[in-house]
Design a protein around this ligand. Structure first.
Ligand code: 5AD
Ligand code: SF4
Length: 466
């Protein structure tokens, strides 16, 4: 009988990808994913450590899992509780000491060793060592997990994620990633190409290439016996028949090279949307953050990107209240936002992360000041997002339909600019790109009607389906 596996994923898209790969690793052991933790044979919390009280959230979740595990054991069963991801990497053994419900701790680089870890956890439990003693793996092995993980099994649908790069060598002074995910590593081109082909064969029409610092990609291309950059990787993948769209995230401004900018102009499958975090508009703050670029460098990058692809939509990450940030420096961030006009953005209050240089800097900004700045920043970004969305009303967008919409007969999909678009359309359009005339703009989505269709939606013309 299949064993029930419940995975709860926190944080970024790389964790979403990793969770799917953990399910792949465990499938040959008879585990099948379920949507609720009750009665599960194994629970994995795939955690994030990037901001705020991430570890505390994990401990509260473990508190909720404890009675579920007790109930399962009382009924004569067993439940393995695992903590994976960046909190696992950062906390290690402490997790088991503080929460004995945990049987297994596994860092992001060693998911391929899960079967062995499960066996170790079981042995430890039956030897009476207390739950899970010894089933910890937070190594950074020389051979990467990508060389060991099984070929992707579970299809991801019309829009799929594919990790091509992991780790980061940038050491921004606010960020834990270089510590939890380790040094930068790029998967070889051939491996990425094979995985992309499998995803497309399983129904993906769009692939988002993932990496903590994805545009630093420099994977080996065996065909030419040399490393290639992200632009070359994109050009290779663009040759895959049936793959309609390529995206990548997250990028660092320093690694936005000429070739990649050119690819935005000449590779039609590369979507005109770029998430390019800037964090701050103040040169002093950027230097203190060790971002290795100034505000003007960012603005000139944006100009070059827009020259290559005039309709490119930009998204960014911002941090307010980095140590020492003055009101005038914060105002420079607002000024940069005014100049760029973002289509979308994420913004955060600075959160001191243990072990990072920022946490030790003097002049930590008061919480109330951070709060107030975040509100002003978000009001501005929200206006820009609304303006961007409104600009599409009355125009046609090519939408990749990804699944059923909110109402019967409706599908939801994505525009080239990553907006959610709802339209009445037949199910057979899932996984296909079709033109949609945008009629309504809601705060976080657009709604429209299949274009070139005066007839009901099941009588589609060639023009409407790309
Ligand atoms: N505090 C606040 N925001 C942070 N980020 C990363 N570390 C921190 C931190 N310590 C944000 C950055 C990054 C995004 C993924 O999370 O904006 O780009
Ligand atoms: Fe963190 Fe900076 Fe690396 Fe991004 S580039 S993962 S913010 S250290």
């Amino acid at each position: 009988m299949a064993k029930k596996l419940f995975i709860k994923t926190y944080g970024c898209q790389m964790n979403v990808y990793d969770s799917a790969r953990m399910a792949d690793v465990l499938a040959p052991l008879g585990y099948r994913a379920v949507d609720a933790p009750d009665g599960a044979d194994m629970i994995i919390l795939n955690t994030c450590h990037i901001r705020e009280k991430a570890a505390e959230k994990v401990y509260s979740e473990l508190g909720r899992i404890k009675p579920l595990k007790q109930a399962k054991i009382a009924a004569g069963g067993d439940m393995i509780v695992a903590v994976a991801g960046c909190v696992a990497q950062a906390e290690g053994e402490t997790l088991m000491e503080r929460a004995p419900v945990v049987d297994l701790v596994v860092g992001p680089q060693t998911y391929h060793r899960l079967p062995e870890l499960i066996a170790r956890a079981r042995r430890a439990v039956s030897a009476g060592d207390g739950p899970g003693r010894g089933a910890i793996d937070i190594d950074f092995p020389v051979q990467t997990k990508f060389d060991h993980l099984p070929d992707q099994a579970a299809p991801q649908g019309a829009s799929a994620f594919l990790s091509v790069q992991e780790g980061c060598d940038k050491f921004c002074t606010f960020c834990v990633v270089p510590y939890t995910r380790g040094a930068e590593y790029s998967r070889p081109v051939g491996q990425v190409d094979s995985e992309a082909r499998r995803l497309v064969a399983a129904g993906a029409a769009e692939i988002t290439l993932l990496g903590q610092n994805v545009n630093a990609y420099h994977g080996r291309d065996e065909r030419i016996g040399a490393d290639v950059g992200l632009a070359e990787l994109i050009r290779t993948l663009a040759r895959i028949e049936g793959l309609a769209r390529i995206r990548y995230t997250t990028s660092h401004p320093r690694d936005m090279n000429d070739d990649l900018i050119a690819a935005h102009g000449d590779e039609p499958k590369l979507m005109p949307f770029l998430h390019l975090p800037v964090q701050s508009g103040s040169d002093r703050v950027l230097a203190a953050m060790n971002r290795q670029h100034g505000a003007d460098d960012y603005l000139s990058l944006v100009e070059r990107l827009r020259r290559a692809r005039p309709d490119i939509a930009l998204s960014s990450d911002f941090i307010v209240g980095f140590p020492g940030e003055s009101e005038a420096e914060f105002a420079q961030t607002l000024a940069l936002i005014e100049q760029v006009e973002f289509a979308h953005a994420y913004s955060f209050k600075y959160s001191p992360r243990p072990g990072t240089p920022g946490a030790l800097m003097p002049d930590q900004v008061l919480e109330a000041v951070k709060e107030e700045r975040l509100m002003r920043l978000q009001a501005l970004l929200c206006d820009q997002q609304t303006r961007f969305n409104q600009s599409h009303r009355g125009h046609t967008l090519a939408v990749l339909f990804t699944g059923p919409g909110r109402h019967p007969g409706q599908l939801v999909g994505r525009s080239p600019y990553l907006q959610s678009v709802h339209a009445s359309a037949p199910d057979r359009l899932i996984g296909r790109v079709a033109d949609v005339s945008i009629l309504a703009v809601k705060p976080n989505s657009l709604a429209g009607r299949l274009a070139a269709l005066d007839a009901p939606p099941d009588v589609l013309t060639e023009r409407a389906i790309a």
